[in-house]
Design a protein around this ligand. Structure first.
Ligand code: FAD
Length: 656
């Protein structure tokens, strides 16, 4: 079931040199290195765009592995999943086939910031992902460790000091391609830490990637170091769930994918989660044993929003911290204690866990551990995720300093599309901050960089009332179909139908007007507060919490009944009505930002030497490093002053 494998004899070693004499086969359009969450999306996106793609990864049986928590989505992350799905990406559909506990977070707030989240069966997710990957047309999968890149002269019309043209595997064999995407996660010079023990590994049981890390450093990429960690896994039958708070899943489940009306495992068959808390005894064990815990002492930055129990005890002493006990799968004997990521020596992990209520007799089956790894400063890539230094080389996922499956998947789909567009010499596919959470994620990374593992939040997004999970298809599916070619005809037609139905529905709702007293007769349960003399639109009545499309259609069956036949359409009309007035103002702001984004900076501008524009030395260096593509992006780089932006603006206008 590995679709292709190549031997050293067929394809001799070529390293970092001009490759004019080297054999030209096997030759792909796109090579993706790494079968994690970024790599699977990148490889399938490139193939959907029509590129002959090779996915090279250490082991086929780890494709789609969830290295840490058995869950997808959440606040901000659920938005990313909807957007990946809107571009016909995989993770949302695969989650819907593998979810064992669905819950929408943030329900008390408006639908713009609801966080779709689900516990996922690890085994099912991997199986379903591998089935999908191995059956994707134009995609070949090969096991192997990539050690080096093959480089050639750059194309004259582009910046970059060289161009990638293939890869070298650990056995010395070579494979050529027009574009290469690196999605190596935590594997670049990965070191696993438990207590005072450290050993090289990408994650538990997997080799690290050393040669590739050295190649990237030799090429001049700025490399940093980050760390993260994972909790121990506990035997399910050793936990006393009967004394803990039980959380049941939502009924009905809200699927991640626009293509699904329901999820595979019915809500009544889904599994519960349980809540417990740490206590002062846990703090005591952490504090007493700090000298045995080298990961905590390391100055490398860890994930602020998913910290280890040691960091929480040090930062917030004397507090009780939540521990969610989450199922690892339908037939799994393991429980994942979310909130207890730790790197204490193995023998102390069980001691600490058994201090916690409900876990008094808990058995640790796999210890928690930390991992430290290289990442590349993401200011070295463009918004299409291609590197400034090496043409046709793309980075996506944790290699860019992010954390989380969803952040990785979102970058993967964009890198896959752009690597493919580059082969066919089409313009890059860039999502702006005004179009999607994916745009915010990539703009933040490429303009601000990151010094700690970056994770998505709704608070990072300026236009969150417009960029909602419900409308990701309208924002991205149509563009994905027309500009990238990564969306199927069926999905495109469905998004077009939804868009026109929403537009028609809103205009019909605006056109139905009655006096408030007439509405009072039609829908007695809502008291409409408005001046008696003014007519009230059905769209405004729909804004009331107690009113939905069903109650409205009961009051005015013609012409509203037809909009209740599709549940999704009815719910989306309600959301559109809720945000109608605020969205009007937000759209004006979005237009302003889009104007700045339209002002492109010349690609080949040398900020360090250019004389036609007055810029301080510090600003020149910042622009030189990040190479923003638009005035908008330049204005978001910290330290690039408003005065510098005005000077750049003048310069752009004179050169256009
Ligand atoms: P990965 O999923 O790591 O995939 C990388 C892939 O590249 C692997 O398949 C690997 O085999 C392959 N590969 C690497 N080098 C080579 C090479 N040279 N040749 C061929 N193949 C190669 N995220 C959170 O949100 N919260 C957490 O608490 C959290 N904790 C984590 C704890 C640990 C211990 C680890 C390892 C990860 C954790 N994560 C956490 C991160 C999450 O797992 C990643 O963000 C996500 O998996 C990144 O996806 P990716 O595709 O970039 O990399």
């Amino acid at each position: 079931w590995v679709a292709a494998s190549f031997t050293k004899q067929q394809f001799p070693l070529v390293r970092l040199s001009s490759d004019s004499a080297a054999p030209r086969t096997p030759h792909f359009d796109v090579i993706v290195i790494g079968g994690g969450h970024a790599g699977t999306e990148a490889a399938t996106a490139a193939a959907r765009c029509g590129s002959r793609t090779l996915l090279l990864t250490h082991r086929v049986d780890t494709i789609g592995q969830m290295s840490c928590n058995p869950s997808f989505g959440g606040i901000g992350k659920g938005h990313l999943m909807r957007e990946v799905d809107a571009l016909d990406g995989l993770c949302s559909r695969i989650c819907d086939q593998s979810g064992v506990h669905y819950k929408v977070l943030n329900r008390r707030k408006g639908p713009a910031v609801w966080g779709l989240r689900a516990q996922i069966d690890r085994k099912l997710y991997k199986q379903n992902m591998q089935k999908e990957i191995l059956n994707t047309p134009l995609l070949t999968v090969q096991e192997g460790a990539v050690e080096d890149l093959i480089l050639t002269e750059p194309e004259p019309e582009h910046t970059g000091k060289c161009r990638v043209s293939g890869v070298v595997l650990v056995d010395g064999s070579t494979v050529y391609a027009e574009s290469v995407i690196l999605t190596t996660g935590t594997f670049l010079r990965g070191m696993i830490v438990i207590g005072l023990e450290m050993h090289p590994a990408g994650r538990l049981g997997d080799q690290p990637s050393i040669g590739l890390a050295q190649t990237l450093e030799k090429l001049g990429f700025v490399v940093g170091r980050l760390k993260t960690g994972t909790p121990p896994r506990i035997a399910k039958d050793s936990i006393n769930f009967s004394i803990l708070n039980k959380q049941t899943p939502d009924n009905p489940s809200v699927p991640f994918s626009f293509t699904n009306e329901t999820v595979w495992i019915k809500p009544e068959d889904q599994l519960p989660c349980y809540l417990t808390h740490t206590n002062p005894r846990v703090d005591e064990i952490v504090l007493k044993n700090l000298h045995l815990n080298s990961h905590v002492k390391e100055t490398t930055r860890g994930p602020r929003y998913c910290p280890s129990i040691e960091s929480k005890v040090l930062r917030f002493p004397n507090r009780l911290h939540q521990v969610w006990l989450e199922p690892e799968g339908m037939d799994s004997d393991l429980i994942y204690p979310q909130g207890l990521s730790m790197t204490l020596p193995t023998e102390l992990q069980e001691k600490m866990i058994t201090c916690i209520r409900g876990l008094e007799k808990a058995k640790v089956i796999q210890p928690g551990y930390g991992v430290q790894y290289d990442y590349l400063d993401p200011r070295q890539i463009t918004p299409s995720l291609e590197t400034h230094l090496v043409q046709r080389l793309f980075f996506a996922g944790q290699i860019n300093g992010t954390t989380g499956y969803e952040e990785a998947a979102a970058q993967g789909v964009i890198a896959g599309i752009n690597a493919s567009l580059r082969v066919s010499r089409k313009p890059p596919f860039v999502v702006s901050r005004t179009e999607g959470y994916i745009g915010v994620l990539i703009d933040d990374l490429t303009t601000l960089g990151t010094s700690e593992p970056y994770r998505m939040f709704t608070s990072r997004v300026e236009f969150r009332l417009s960029l909602r999970p419900d409308n990701a298809d309208i924002r991205l599916t149509l563009r994905g179909y027309k500009d990238a070619g990564c969306v199927s005809q069926r999905r495109y037609e469905r998004a077009c139908w939804m868009k026109s139905s929403l537009e028609e529905g809103i205009s019909v709702l605006k056109s139905i007007e009655f006096s408030s007293s007439k509405w009072k007769n039609l829908i007695p349960e809502v008291s409409i507060s408005t001046s008696r003399s003014l007519p009230v639109r059905a769209l405004d009545v729909l804004k009331y919490e107690e009113v939905d499309m069903d109650s409205l259609a009961k009051a005015v069956p013609e012409p509203l009944k037809k909009y209740t036949k599709c549940r999704e359409l009815a719910e989306r009309l309600k959301i559109e009505a809720t945000y109608e007035s605020v969205l009007f103002h937000q759209l004006q702001e979005i237009k302003g930002v889009q104007q700045d984004e339209a002002l492109q900076l010349p690609k080949d501008i040398d900020y360090l030497t250019i004389r036609d524009v007055s810029l301080s030395h510090e600003v020149r260096e910042k622009l030189h490093f990040s190479r923003p593509q638009t005035i908008g992006a330049a204005s978001r780089i910290p330290g690039v002053t408003p005065a510098a932006i005005i000077n750049l603006l003048r310069f752009v206008k004179t050169t256009q």
